[in-house]
Design a protein around this ligand. Structure first.
Ligand code: FES
Length: 355
């Protein structure tokens, strides 16, 4: 995108467009067009050239880059988050935000915000039991989810039954404890903040030889409303993708303003449509924003508030946040030590893209 003149940033957030099949969109790369995000010929003499994109699929929703810094032009790749030293923030104490209603959890442990956004607290008393494994669904169709499900699994000392989700992509997150995840004849050592990928058609078992419970969240994509229990471990394991577990690696952190995130289960493990990440949030409130993917977030450490347009609910370690596609929201961390969250986005491969 380099030109003889400097690139201009007409605005920081990308443009949301629903594509028309067969139409060619000519994206402005110089930032000078008055018809953003599209070219009006203003690049002449700047050394920049527009980029043409012809839509194949009617109604596909895309985000055209507005900051002109994307490394995947014409589409946003989240680079706009690094245009300043802080993530785009909002004042939680502004007059408008002070008027927003606080909501607490109902008897089912769920605080419901706008547009299907919800904060769930896991109560051990609500678990069903199968051998040494306590389990329950946390996010599903009944909660308004359309793309991904989330289940909570708590394995006491011993070996769990074999669980699976048929043809779904399954992404596990160990929230506490340590032990092993077995898939077919393979075994993966896990401890807190490890992500594990279970391919479609495979099944898994949790093994815990410690005194403390092994607590695991299982995201299944696309949506499914029950766990399939197997009498025996299926032999199915995709040997083309032998690496299945990822832990925290400070060297793999990506900057996003004054926030950081690390990919856990992603394309590098073969998961190209469901993506897991872990993110660090300093004491701050993000500006309200949206995503094109559905998202589940587990609060690993810290506390704060989940905000939507007209409601906010408290969040603390152990809670689960559900965010429907395109729902305006913002997460506030009130903890001076910061907040750690682990998320799964689906369908999507880049958790830094927002609009
Ligand atoms: S708007 Fe340019 S990367 Fe997002």
């Amino acid at each position: 995108m380099a030109g003889d003149a400097d690139v201009v940033t007409p605005r920081r957030k990308p443009y949301y467009i629903e594509l028309a099949a067969g139409r060619t969109y000519v994206w402005c790369s110089c930032g000078r067009s008055r018809s953003q995000p599209f070219c009006d010929g203003s690049h002449k003499g700047t050394g920049f050239n527009p980029i043409a994109y012809t839509a194949k699929q009617a109604g596909r929703e895309v985000l055209f880059c507005a900051c002109k810094q994307s490394k995947t032009p014409p589409f946003c790749d989240g680079s706009h988050n690094n245009l300043s030293s802080t993530y785009e923030e909002d004042d939680p104490n502004s007059a408008a935000n002070s008027a927003i209603a606080k909501v607490g959890a109902g008897t089912d442990g769920v605080a419901r915000l706008d547009g299907g956004c919800a904060v769930s607290t896991i109560d051990a008393a609500t678990l069903e039991h199968r051998g040494v494994l306590g389990h329950r669904q946390v996010i599903g169709a009944a909660d308004g989810a359309r793309h991904q499900s989330l289940f909570y699994l708590e394995c006491a000392r011993g070996v769990s039954p074999v669980a699976g989700f048929d043809d779904r992509h399954v992404i596990l997150f160990v929230s506490s404890g340590c032990g092993r995840v077995a898939i077919a004849d393979r075994s993966f050592q896990v401890d807190a903040a490890t992500g594990v990928y279970v391919r479609p058609g495979e099944a898994f078992r949790l093994e815990n030889d410690g005194a403390l419970p092994l607590k695991v969240f299982a995201a299944a994509c696309p949506l499914v409303d029950s766990i399939r229990w197997h009498d025996a471990m299926p032999a199915c394991f995709d040997p083309r993708l032998p690496k299945r577990s990822v832990g925290i690696d400070p060297e793999a952190r990506n900057r996003m303003g004054d926030r950081f995130f690390q990919m856990l289960v992603d394309k590098s493990l073969g998961s190209d449509v469901a993506t897991q990440f872990i993110g660090e949030i300093p004491k701050s409130k993000a500006a309200p924003h949206r995503h094109l993917y559905e998202e589940s977030l587990i609060v690993v450490r810290g506390e704060g508030w989940m905000w939507t347009a007209a409601k906010r609910a408290p969040v603390r370690a152990g809670d689960v946040i559900f965010l429907p596609r395109k729902q305006v929201h913002s997460l506030e961390c009130t903890d001076p030590a910061g907040m750690l969250v682990a998320g799964v986005i689906y369908p999507g491969d880049n958790p830094s893209i927002n609009y």
